[in-house]
Design a protein around this ligand. Structure first.
Ligand code: GDP
Ligand code: IMO
Ligand code: MG
Length: 428
């Protein structure tokens, strides 16, 4: 995707998350200088497989496995510091040196233990199926202008005074929600004291670092988390996450202007999955849904929850193409379909007897739509060794052509297995 005029690319999920963004970012990072996470937090689980080693990255950008690449965590992320440190420690134990090549925005907001208590308590009534990482409450504090940011650790006395107010407030809310849990001020103060010496040396003006890198013609990848249908504005509200997962969020969440972004790669599975609650129109019935789950290893990288599985939904991907301004598509997990003789593809919906080609705003309506399917012939051959389009069986190529036509955006990458080398780059 990179060329002399295309030096800043966003990689986003174009379904409900877990599309294989981590794998694609790792592949593209080979040619990148900077990789930046710009929203979400430890709710993400991005898997990279190199040889027989698997890495699941939560907050650290998926470019970290390339020793030449510098990784940044942008202001739009809600950072869970302890989780970050355990990620760093486990990378070090596995021989990945991150010294001098991981920085965190001084403007990023912190996720603290009271956020997790609030997340758990509100799940009891809201039942969104969150990851329980405190993401929603941390963004609520950010937009309520009550957040605690990385930069606040520079003045611990002030941060402690603010904490007193936040912990009290959290405890009032917990009581209101009928939870017996309480947050403890001392624990929070000790936590910030412990975090500061390790976090502050990593703090930086990330927007400035990216700006300078782009001025110097360096190549920058902006790595999205979650997917378009989990975007707080454009997703299946209220069954969404609390950030803008779509490409517009990349500029805001990394601290650069939108005119600095040259391309947007949307990652989609060759089928569809979702974890957590909310509508999934093309969800497959047993036994196909279970077969997809088994073959695709569809269990959450963070929570281990089984993912709900179904067929490719072109209405979703057309919508994601529009709201992200996608310039290319990466289709992952084609190999998972190798043994299906027939593969349904959802081309549009029917709602109240009428054809519906656009995503309804109302979540109940999306829950009621009936997908219109066309059935594509399967290829019944393994695809995992293909390294160029011509290596794929004709029916697999026809399947990809159909996804491309229905989505309205060119397929630039096809992934045929978990490993780094199992990728096809489609040259236009
Ligand atoms: P992300 O959150 O978008 O980075 O995706 P996850 O890592 O949560 O989930 C994607 C899963 O699919 C991971 O287990 C990957 O190792 C795996 N994966 C990625 N690409 C492929 C592929 O082309 N084929 C197969 N079989 N697995 C893949
Ligand atoms: P990656 O980056 C899939 C889902 C949760 C829940 C909803 C809200 O790996 O693709 P939250 O904890 O964010 O408040 O939960 O969003 N969710 C994800 N689903 N992949 C993810 O991340 C997700 N992050 C959050 O399951 O339905
Ligand atoms: Mg994931």
């Amino acid at each position: 995707m990179f060329d002399p005029k295309t030096t800043c690319i966003v990689v986003v999920g174009a379904q409900w998350g877990d599309e294989g963004k981590g794998k694609l970012v790792d592949v593209l990072a080979e040619r990148a200088d900077l990789v930046v996470r710009y929203q979400g937090g430890a709710n993400a689980g991005h898997t990279v497989v190199i040889g027989d080693k698997q890495f699941v990255l939560r907050q650290i950008p998926s470019g970290i496995l390339h020793p030449r690449v510098t990784c940044l965590i942008g202001n739009g992320v809600v950072l869970e510091p302890e989780n970050l440190f355990s990620e760093l420690d486990s990378l070090r134990e596995r021989g990945i040196d991150t010294a001098g090549r991981l920085y965190i925005s001084d403007r990023a907001h912190l996720v603290l233990p009271y956020h997790k208590l609030l997340d758990a308590a509100s799940e009891k009534s809201q039942k969104l199926g969150t990851t329980g990482r405190g993401i929603g409450p941390a963004y609520e504090d950010k937009y309520g202008r009550r957040g605690i940011r990385v930069v606040d650790l520079r003045r611990l006395e002030c941060a402690s005074a603010i904490l007193q107010d936040r912990v009290n407030r959290a405890n009032q809310l917990l009581a209101l929600m009928g939870s017996a849990e309480r947050a403890h001020l001392e624990t929070h103060i000790r936590l910030l004291e412990r975090l500061a010496p390790r976090l502050l040396p990593l703090a930086a003006d990330v927007g400035l670092l990216i700006y300078r890198a782009l001025q110097a013609q360096r190549r920058v990848l902006l790595e999205g988390a979650q997917g378009a249908l989990l975007d707080v504005d454009h997703g299946t509200y209220p069954y969404v996450t609390s950030s803008n997962t779509t490409a517009g969020g990349a500029a805001v969440g990394s601290g650069i202007g939108p005119t600095k972004i040259h391309g947007v790669l949307g990652v989609v599975k060759a089928y569809t999955t979702r974890v957590g609650n909310g509508p999934l129109p093309t969800e497959a019935k047993a036994p196909d849904g279970e077969r997809l789950r088994e073959l695709g290893g569809e269990f959450g990288a963070v929570t281990g929850r089984p993912r709900r599985c179904g067929w490719f939904d072109a209405t979703v991907v057309r919508y994601a193409t529009r709201v992200n301004g996608l310039t290319g598509l990466a289709v992952t997990k084609l190999d998972v379909l190798d043994s299906f003789a027939e593969i349904p593809v959802g081309t549009s919906y029917r709602l109240n007897g009428e054809v519906c080609e656009e995503m309804p705003a109302e979540v109940d309506a999306l829950g009621r739509v009936e997908p219109v399917y066309e059935v594509q012939p399967g290829w019944l051959k393994p695809t995992g060794d293909a390294r160029k389009l011509a290596d794929l069986p004709g029916a697999a190529r026809a399947y990809l052509d159909r996804l491309e036509a229905l989505s309205g955006v060119p397929v630039r990458y096809v992934s045929v297995g978990t490993r780094r080398d199992q990728i096809i780059e489609v040259t236009p």
